[in-house]
Design a protein around this ligand. Structure first.
Ligand SMILES: C[S@@+](CC[C@H](N)C(=O)[O-])C[C@H]1O[C@@H](n2cnc3c(N)ncnc32)[C@H](O)[C@@H]1O
Length: 223
């Protein structure tokens, strides 16, 4: 059985995990940070192609999924985006929709996908999206992923508060599940995260972080 997320709300709009004592996204501008860290950090939309596969550690509110699908469509990309997300403590649909409502830019996609969350779906298949939510501890599920990922969004809570999602053995599974020339991005620049990604075979680079964060990490697999 999966446990559900336990939440409080900051400023009425930003969900904060009681279990991990950390907000799900930046209090200042969650969408801009997602765009900077995960989309730009994985060199998107430039690398999009039909069937491009993104995998994410930590589905949370679905913000990253919505932002990615919007970029896919705004960039005029044809075909189907594949998106797999791993989540141990799923939020209920009402909480997801409340959190997503903070981003008016995403309103159309929020409305489009809402019926899926409200019905409890963990898989969505439309013309432009093939989505799978893999419930359970990512440390036990990532190695079973059927299709290697072209881009990873490493979006656990902060490494200090959620060390499980940054364990070297999990990042080794992430590396093993990355396609040639695949990439990963994360907002953290913690040295042990960078070293674990390197140990898995990624070439790792530290970049300027979003907003007040000094650095973030991007990583790329060889061809
Ligand atoms: C920062 S939030 C993710 C935010 C999300 N990407 C979004 O767009 O809203 C981190 C997520 O990781 C999940 N998580 C924490 N430990 C986990 C684990 N061991 N396996 C899978 N998910 C985990 C949390 O429940 C939480 O939803």
């Amino acid at each position: 059985m999966n446990q559900t997320a336990e939440l409080s709300w900051r400023s009425g709009q930003v969900p904060v995990s009681e279990r991990f004592d950390d907000p799900y996204f930046s209090l200042e501008n969650g969408l801009a940070e997602t765009t900077y860290v995960f989309l730009d950090g994985n060199d998107l939309p430039a690398r999009f192609r039909d069937g491009f596969h993104i995998a994410e550690l930590g589905f949370g509110t679905g913000l990253n999924l919505l932002a990615t699908l919007k970029l896919w469509r705004d960039s005029g990309q044809q075909g189907c985006l594949h998106f797999t997300s791993f989540e141990a403590f799923p939020m209920d649909a009402e909480a997801m929709l409340k959190a997503q409502a903070a981003f008016p830019e995403l309103a159309d996609i929020r409305e489009e996908l809402a019926p899926h969350w409200l019905s409890g779906a963990t898989a969505i298949k439309t013309e432009s999206l093939s989505f799978n939510l893999i419930l359970g501890d990512a440390r036990k599920t990532v190695s079973n992923m059927a299709q290697k990922s072209d881009a990873w969004f490493l979006d656990g809570f902060s490494p200090a508060k959620n060390p499980e999602l940054w364990e070297q053995s999990l990042l080794a599974q992430v590396a093993a599940q990355t396609a040639p020339k695949g990439t990963a991005a994360t907002y953290t620049a913690a040295g042990f995260v960078r070293r674990s990604l390197e140990a898995g075979g990624f070439t790792v680079q530290r970049r300027q972080g979003y907003g007040r964060k000094r650095h973030m990490t991007v990583a790329r697999m060889p061809a």
